[in-house]
Design a protein around this ligand. Structure first.
Ligand code: DAT
Ligand code: MG
Length: 140
């Protein structure tokens, strides 16, 4: 399995509760390397573009509101099989269904405020990284 990059967001519920370091410790403990990171306040346009695939879903408005409600930390994570590995470290979308020891089990407040985003496939990882980082901001 090759070394991959995946895109991560530590969501507003994490920054609001001052848990950035605690989540990053779980990421690093899992063997993923944070090779790019910045704290930003997402604009409505950025959030709508980022979650465009969900725009017809009933929760879309709420999702955009939540993602723009406080700063987020956007990241590129590097590692062997990073895309699937980070999905495992995050746990299930619904924190009630997330396994023990995952980010969402430990920290998520609800299905909406579920602490972390991670890309779901190589193609989406590439697109999502490109939305937030220039190539020279990724330092492996
Ligand atoms: P994931 O973030 O695990 O990739 P997703 O891509 O299906 O999950 O959905 C994106 C985000 O949208 C998810 O992290 C939280 C929110 N969301 C998904 N389904 C939801 C629902 N039924 N009610 C409220 N928010 C939801
Ligand atoms: Mg998703």
């Amino acid at each position: 399995m090759a070394v991959e990059h995946t895109f991560s967001i530590l969501k507003p519920d994490v920054t609001r509760r001052n848990l950035t370091g605690a989540v990053n410790a779980m990421i690093e403990k899992a063997g993923l390397r944070i090779v790019a990171q910045k704290r930003i306040k997402m604009s409505r346009a950025q959030a709508e573009e980022f979650y465009g695939v969900h725009k017809e879903r009933p929760f879309f408005g709420e999702l955009v509101e939540m993602m723009t409600s406080a700063p987020v930390v956007v990241q590129v994570l590097e590692g062997e099989n990073a895309i699937l590995k980070y999905r495992d470290v995050m746990g299930a979308t619904n924190p009630e269904k997330a396994d023990a020891g995952t980010i969402r089990k430990e920290f998520a407040l609800s299905m909406g405020e579920n602490s972390a985003h991670g890309s779901d496939a190589p193609e989406t990882a590439k697109q999502e990284i490109a939305q937030f980082f220039k190539p020279d901001e990724i330092v492996g």
